[in-house]
Design a protein around this ligand. Structure first.
Ligand SMILES: C[S@@+](CC[C@H](N)C(=O)[O-])C[C@H]1O[C@@H](n2cnc3c(N)ncnc32)[C@H](O)[C@@H]1O
Length: 215
């Protein structure tokens, strides 16, 4: 995959979500929405499976990268710039996938530029996750599915409960443990002080939460 400078490099969370996407039976005719597409790893995989894909990101550079990565594989994807579901209001999808920013950070205010925009997500790591969980039922047709990947540090039960409040049936479908990467390591003592992790904990659990709009 090509990647413009500053665009998030596909990594453990991306790959865990990709594996979950592949289990959803995506094929020709599936309408897939990838929120926070980055380099387009998820969008491109869905497009290669034959899906009609829309990719959203706040970063022009990410959208350009995703579009080129799809085109290099002979696929066209739609790209929309904007925040979360704003650019696709009124549309419906069969599958929504997202690896949103979810790393807790001391600042309440999220960055509006720079690489940290790919991971900073407020003091609980939930600013974008909560918005996404609240809004996503509105773009799913009955039987539609959302797959969200994030660290357990920002609360798995909170994600399931938020999706269920929106009328979805929700649960964890994948888990994987990995050592803290550089961003998590640099904040580990702050996480400890905030009670987000146990003292000395330097391994995080990634989860994929699946929500389905019951028919
Ligand atoms: C963790 S990266 C994931 C990238 C890619 N999906 C992957 O899994 O490798 C999060 C992405 O979300 C984008 N992003 C940040 N805030 C956003 C928002 N409010 N709406 C849409 N995308 C956002 C970032 O620019 C970044 O590309």
């Amino acid at each position: 995959m090509l990647r413009a400078p500053g665009v998030y490099a596909a990594q453990g969370d991306t790959f865990l979500l990709l594996a979950a996407l592949r289990r959803e039976g995506v094929g020709p005719g599936t309408r897939v929405l990838d929120i926070g597409t980055g380099s387009g790893a998820l969008a491109v995989t869905a497009a290669r499976l034959g899906a009609a894909v829309t990719a959203v990101d706040v970063s022009r550079r990410a959208l350009g990268t995703a579009w080129v990565n799809a085109a290099l594989r002979g696929r066209l994807i739609g790209v929309r710039r904007g925040s979360l579901l704003d650019p696709v209001r009124g549309r419906r999808f069969d599958l929504v996938v997202s690896n949103p920013p979810y790393v807790p950070c001391p600042a309440e205010h999220l960055p509006d530029h720079g690489v940290a925009r790919a991971w900073d997500a407020g003091p609980q790591g939930r600013v974008l996750l909560d918005q996404l969980c609240h809004d996503v039922p509105g773009v799913l047709d009955p039987g539609g599915v959302v797959l969200l990947v994030h660290s357990a540090v920002c609360g798995v039960a909170a994600t399931c409960a938020a999706l269920e409040r929106g009328g979805l049936r929700a649960g964890v479908v994948s888990r994987s443990r990995q050592p803290f990467g550089p961003v998590m390591r640099s904040r580990a003592t702050w996480f400890e002080r905030e009670g987000l992790i146990d003292r000395g904990e330097r391994v995080e659990e990634l989860v994929v939460v699946r929500g389905e709009r019951v028919r």
